[in-house]
Design a protein around this ligand. Structure first.
Ligand SMILES: Nc1ncnc2c1ncn2[C@@H]1O[C@H](COP(=O)(O)OP(=O)(O)OP(=O)(O)O)[C@@H](O)[C@H]1O
Ligand SMILES: [Mg+2]
Length: 294
């Protein structure tokens, strides 16, 4: 087994936290026929909880498993693009996700960029995307525009991850309408539970009115510091209330993640044998096991 595919079981999990034995998620079979992508929105209306970090590193881990992965930068801050080494603010509007979103005739394939990781592509975003908020709200069918833009791409990719911005506006509604699943990264701080209940209410509204197929595939505990007792208390409360909705894999707090943004690559290549890389690889296997990715 190569270093990349080595399964590390000592990384943090909710089971070990509760004194139980952690599950073992096997490396899934390779895909011979690509396409029919699952679309997964990475969303929490709270800022700075690890949405972009999760999109990049989960995407890179799925690509390592042989999946064709497309990441959609759907935040006008362009953090995902930057995290993959591209300052999208210098790109012309026609080469960003904004153009793909607003132009029915756009050849979306030509806007897609390749990352340094084989099999990991992305649609870049810059501040132009922010101007779409008002237009999307005013146009008939405006909530379906991202879904429309992704339609042809679903035939080529196995998984499409959308990095949402931290607000419940028209862009996020577009992401939730285009998605099959939602992953909610959550920092286990006071009020996180309160924030999650509000978020769940929003997801239910989207499900009831706009996208009946939308499914919460899992809450992901991020930036977890096991030395902090309140992180643990909050996570235990969440597990009590939503036992089936929490990923077993926990992403621990480590300085290696901010470092990856500086170098513009995923942790799986920047620090391939780190616990952070092992955790996102485990999350990728768990997501496949949960049916959230092929
Ligand atoms: N597990 C972690 N340990 C330590 N730092 C982390 C971890 N995950 C993310 N970070 C850092 O925390 C900051 C916020 O992370 P990130 O940008 O992924 O959050 P976000 O939810 O996308 O934020 P925003 O709401 O602004 O889009 C970044 O500097 C990132 O490098
Ligand atoms: Mg972000």
């Amino acid at each position: 087994m190569s270093a990349k595919s080595t399964i590390r079981e000592e990384i943090s999990t909710t089971s070990t936290l509760l004194g139980k034995t952690a599950k073992s998620f096997a490396v899934p079979a390779t895909i011979s026929e690509h396409g029919n992508a699952k679309v997964v929105a990475i969303f929490n209306q709270k800022g700075g909880v690890g949405k972009t970090t999760t999109t990049i590193n989960l995407g890179a881990s799925l690509a390592e498993l042989g999946r064709r992965v497309l990441l959609v930068d759907f935040d006008p801050q362009g953090g995902l693009s930057l995290g993959l080494g591209v300052n999208a603010h210098s790109l012309p509007l026609e080469q960003t996700v904004y153009y793909a979103l607003m132009t029915p005739t756009a050849s979306v394939e030509t806007i897609i960029l390749k990352s340094s990781v084989p099999g990991l592509d992305f649609l870049p975003a810059n501040r132009d995307l922010g101007t779409a908020e008002t237009t999307l709200g005013a146009e008939i069918g405006g909530q379906q525009y991202l879904k429309r833009a992704l339609t042809s791409l679903r035939d080529y990719y196995d998984v499409i991850l959308i990095d949402c911005q931290p607000t419940m506006g028209q862009l996020t509604i577009n992401a939730l309408v285009a998605a099959d699943e939602v992953i909610v990264p959550l920092q286990c701080e006071y009020f996180a539970l309160h924030g999650f209940i509000e978020l769940k209410g929003n997801l239910d509204k989207v499900k009831n009115f706009l996208n009946p197929n939308l499914r919460l595939i899992g809450i992901l505990a991020t930036m977890y510091d096991k030395k902090t007792s309140h992180n643990r208390q909050v996570l235990e409360r969440i597990l009590e209330q939503f036992p089936d909705d929490v990923f077993e894999t926990i992403i621990a707090k480590t300085i290696r993640f901010p470092e990856t943004t500086v170098v513009g690559e995923p942790i799986t290549t920047y620090a391939s044998s780190s616990d952070g890389a092992a955790s996102y690889r485990r999350l990728a296997r768990e997501l496949v096991a949960r049916g959230g990715a092929r």
